[in-house]
Design a protein around this ligand. Structure first.
Ligand SMILES: [Zn+2]
Length: 173
């Protein structure tokens, strides 16, 4: 990814954090910073996607707590209108800090798009099509926001009123 296209900053105006040099942050501080960042972006995108009737939370998870080769997932309960998004801990990224945050935002948007589509009927064949659509829509949304294309990704979709979906790691990373 060309450096000039990395537009996401870690020093968004938050009450709890002052801008820090990522090189001086401990892994724990990075986890907390990523969690705060993911929560901020979740709030923004949940509003944009008109999903405010859902109670969505975000959790930073280590790779060992996600399915292999995935960058995150979402589990939802349509009856309770609640969902939990998991995003990969910065400790398990091998990207520069800004690119890591960009990718975490991409996971948040990707999983919210799955949530947006969660009321549609699903079968084994439609899941692959859904995943393709989710990747394309996420790319377009983030492109509008950042004026750069996010990393390609493919993943699995979900079933039933309770659902789950994962964002699969880009093999290029
Ligand atoms: Zn997906």
């Amino acid at each position: 990814m060309p450096a000039q296209q990395v537009s996401k900053t870690p020093n968004l105006p938050t009450a709890s954090s002052v801008p820090q040099n990522p090189a001086e942050m401990t892994p724990h501080e990075k986890t907390l910073d990523a969690e705060s960042f993911a929560q901020q972006r979740l709030a923004v995108w949940q509003k944009r996607l008109n999903l405010h009737d859902w109670n969505v939370s975000v959790i930073v998870s280590r790779a060992r707590d996600l399915k292999p080769k995935t960058l995150g997932n979402i589990h939802w309960d349509a009856d309770k209108k609640s969902a939990v998004i998991r995003v990969l801990d910065p400790a398990d990224y091998r990207l520069p800090w800004n690119a890591t945050l960009d990718d975490i935002e991409c996971t948040v948007v990707h999983e919210l798009v799955h949530l947006e589509l969660s009321s549609l009927p699903r079968n084994a064949a439609s899941r692959r099509d859904e995943e393709h659509a989710v990747v394309q829509i996420t790319s377009a949304l983030l492109g509008l926001d950042h004026a750069h294309p996010p990393a390609n990704a493919t993943a699995k979709a979900a079933t039933g009123t309770a659902g789950t979906a994962s964002r699969v790691n880009n093999p290029a990373q």
